[in-house]
Design a protein around this ligand. Structure first.
Ligand code: MGP
Length: 242
């Protein structure tokens, strides 16, 4: 885990989450022993299996073992300081490669709902900077969910956490390589979650991602809109909806 700049941290906020992400369960050693149909192999198999289970329990009990994520992810923070450029206001926080590090960072960051209006968190794949200009983003776009300010305290943190878990748990499956990251804007006029994706023109991929995002957030029809980053392609209407 590499750390550069940390935003305001709330030491009081240390909710412990024990949710196992798919990434974690994927990496747990298999708890089932191999099975053979041949009767004479049974006792040897039981012995091997007992030995294996002992080893697995030792691995699980070892406090030094960490569970790798499918992808490494970076947290970033944005604070609107008027004297600085937009790029200067984007601060890298840290990269997480393991389930345990993800929770360590998440639990020590200020909750989204407690950020000052004008601030953002971004959670992007390690090698993808959160900006349009990057080659991974420039031909992409974002699935946007607008949330009225009155729902900030009751819902924003849950939407944010559920999306983070979906990303670290690799829940976009075959479309995961097209998912770059998630962005949350806290604004006085209303908050916004944006899922950044690659290859905006690929309608099939984008709609699969959009539908999955809709399920993760538990939204009704037509609450998500997709727009391209490229100003030249942007229309008055969203490119897709779901
Ligand atoms: P925004 O947050 O994407 O605009 O960008 P939006 O969704 O209209 O929300 P707002 O309520 O914050 O306005 C707002 C502004 O930030 C843009 O107009 C740019 O000036 C700057 N900005 C945002 N992003 C994501 C980028 C980026 O990737 N690169 C650069 N250079 N500027 C950006």
């Amino acid at each position: 885990m590499t750390t550069e700049v940390a935003p305001s941290v709330d030491p009081q906020h240390s909710t412990t989450h024990h949710t196992h992400s798919k990434a974690m369960s994927n990496n747990l050693p298999s708890m089932t022993s191999s099975s053979s149909w041949h009767p004479s192999s049974k006792s040897a198999e039981r012995e091997t299996s007992a030995k294996k289970t002992d080893e697995e329990n030792l691995v699980l009990a070892d406090p030094n073992i960490k569970f790798p994520l499918e992808n490494s992810w970076s947290f970033h923070f944005y604070k609107n300081e008027k004297t600085k450029s937009w790029k200067e206001n984007v601060k890298f926080i840290t990269t997480v490669d393991f389930v345990e590090d993800f929770w360590g960072v998440y639990n020590h960051l200020q909750l989204v709902s407690r950020l000052a209006p004008g601030c953002d968190y971004m959670f992007f794949k390690k090698d993808i900077p959160p900006m349009w200009e990057d080659s991974n983003n420039c031909d992409g776009g974002r699935w946007i969910f607008n949330l009225e300010k009155k729902f900030r305290t009751s819902s924003l943190d849950v939407y944010w956490l559920n999306t983070l878990l979906a990303l670290v748990g690799d829940q976009f499956m075959d479309e995961s390589p097209f998912v770059n990251g998630i962005w949350v804007n806290v604004r006085s006029k209303g908050d916004k979650l944006s899922l950044w994706t690659k290859n905006a023109k690929n309608a099939e991929v984008q709609l699969k991602i959009g539908r999955r995002f809709k399920e993760i957030l538990g939204l009704k029809e037509n609450m998500l809109i997709f727009e391209e980053h490229d100003e030249n392609n942007k229309k008055d209407m969203p490119l897709y909806r779901c």
